[in-house]
Design a protein around this ligand. Structure first.
Ligand code: DQA
Length: 150
């Protein structure tokens, strides 16, 4: 698989709790189910996916640096970091300014929720944003990346 077809799928805090955490918002499926789903979509679309989750801001910043150095595209659900982490935004900017794609995804549609969720510090440096489709948000993001790479 060419290096340019690698996609890191990065997930921020509390997303390891999928299935237990507010299932009325995030659904009953677990993070392990998400990993399995993205692996299947990746092979259908011809992209090599590597899905990870952390509750740690410095870890997700480090993974964004890794994406730049390894020339991997990124699908990222920054979770709550979306709304206030300038460190994450600055790291995400390094991905897109180095010519790689970065798609911000959300399971829910933050714009329909509390006002503090209405602003994303990441969107302004992302290639695009997909929100509100549950796990399908990730599939749509991978389709967008695959279409750009085709
Ligand atoms: C989320 C939305 C965020 O506001 C929230 O903090 C999350 C999940 C989503 O996927 O809908 O943890 O990113």
């Amino acid at each position: 698989m060419p290096e340019a077809n690698r996609v890191l799928i990065l997930n921020g805090p509390n997303l390891g709790r999928l299935g237990v955490r507010e299932p009325e918002i995030y659904g009953a499926d677990t993070f392990a189910d998400l990993v399995e789903a993205v692996a299947g979509w990746g092979s259908e679309l011809g992209v090599e996916v590597d899905a990870r989750q952390t509750d740690d801001e410095s870890q997700i910043v480090g993974w964004l640096h890794e994406a730049v150095d390894a020339r991997a595209h990124v699908v990222i659900n920054p979770a709550a970091f979306t709304h206030y982490s300038y460190a994450l935004r600055d790291a995400a900017a390094q991905v897109t300014t180095s010519g790689l794609l970065l798609v911000e995804v959300h399971l829910s549609n933050p714009h329909t929720r509390e006002s503090f969720r209405h602003y994303s510090v990441v969107s302004g440096v992302a290639t695009g944003t997909i929100a509100g489709f549950g796990f399908q948000s990730y599939r749509l993001a991978l389709q967008g990346i695959a279409a750009r790479l085709a």
